[in-house]
Design a protein around this ligand. Structure first.
Ligand SMILES: Cc1cc2nc3c(=O)[nH]c(=O)nc-3n(C[C@H](O)[C@H](O)[C@H](O)COP(=O)(O)OP(=O)(O)OC[C@H]3O[C@@H](n4cnc5c(N)ncnc54)[C@H](O)[C@@H]3O)c2cc1C
Ligand code: FES
Length: 248
């Protein structure tokens, strides 16, 4: 991990409140693995004081991309930053997904697509077959469909309002999906549903938890997650990706 001053190469709206930022970050690009994240200082001032965590969305040569949704002050400020400005970026952080040789089912809800595009690209490089299930509120909020298709993966869509693909939750698509290992990121309710289904199907499943974080490096204990056996693990250091077998 390194704290670098990264130049913003691009920062543009994708749709709705979703933005994509490309950063010149050779060290992070070289060392990042799918599921890892970076801590970004959104402004050069003291507001907000804490850095904000974002998954590594894509790596292209020396460039690292993040895909983010405007949620509050930090992401609002981030969306207003201009090309050519620089930001403090710490990373890569945490433990990412295990890359196995098994056919994969990738399940993404909302902004949960962010780490999974990098994962799908790495699986494709290893010629591992993947089916991708994307969930969104409505047709206009489906993220990264093209990126996933470009990896050669089969892509299926679910929207809450039925405006594209199957109507309902993305977890419903999972009933019929064939694969040996599941990777998921999205809203807590979706992850719980996916985890329950994987337990029933006896499938290996890894999920990325987007816990609230402060330091991002295991120092403040602010992101503790209860695990089986009575202990705690830190989402920032031991995760953010966990095998569901570990989690309560
Ligand atoms: C490992 C990790 C990876 C992440 N990757 C991405 C990503 O790739 N793209 C992306 O858009 N977001 C991602 N997030 C979430 C992102 O970090 C938060 O949305 C961001 O920190 C919000 O900052 P803010 O200052 O805009 O909002 P704040 O003002 O900090 O918060 C606004 C509201 O959102 C709530 N909130 C803030 N963070 C979270 C959270 N993590 N979970 C639930 N509620 C929260 C706050 O309690 C508050 O109510 C990730 C989080 C983690 C832990
Ligand atoms: S965010 Fe500080 S220990 Fe995880």
């Amino acid at each position: 991990m390194k704290d670098i001053r990264a130049k913003i190469l691009q920062n543009k709206k994708v749709c709705g409140d979703y933005y994509k930022m490309a950063l010149d970050a050779p060290y992070i690009a070289k060392n990042a693995k799918p599921g890892q994240f970076v801590q970004v200082r959104c402004s050069d001032g003291t507001e907000p004081l804490l850095r904000r965590p974002f998954s590594v969305h894509k790596v292209k040569g020396k460039t690292v991309e993040i895909l983010y949704e405007i949620i509050g002050q930090g992401t609002e400020i981030l969306s207003e930053r201009n090309t050519g400005e620089t930001l403090d970026v710490l990373g890569p952080l945490g433990n990412g997904f295990t890359l196995s040789n098994m056919p994969a089912v990738i399940i993404a809800g909302g902004i949960g697509v962010a780490p999974l595009v990098f994962l799908a690209e790495e699986l494709a490089k290893k010629k591992i077959k993947a089916i991708v299930l994307i969930g969104a509120k409505t047709k206009n909020m489906i993220l990264c469909e093209k990126d996933f298709k470009n990896t050669g993966a089969e892509v299926k869509i679910a929207t809450d309002d039925g405006s594209k693909g199957c109507k309902g939750f993305v977890s419903n698509l999972f009933e019929k999906a064939v694969g040996k290992i599941v990777y998921a990121c999205g809203p807590a309710q979706m992850l719980k549903c996916v985890a329950d289904m994987c337990k029933k199907k006896k499938m290996h499943c890894e999920i990325s938890l987007e816990e609230k974080m402060a330091c991002g490096i295991g120092a403040c204990l602010g992101c503790a997650v209860k695990v089986k056996g009575g202990g705690y693990k830190l989402a920032c250091k031991d995760g953010p990706v966990f095998n569901i077998a570990e989690l309560i």
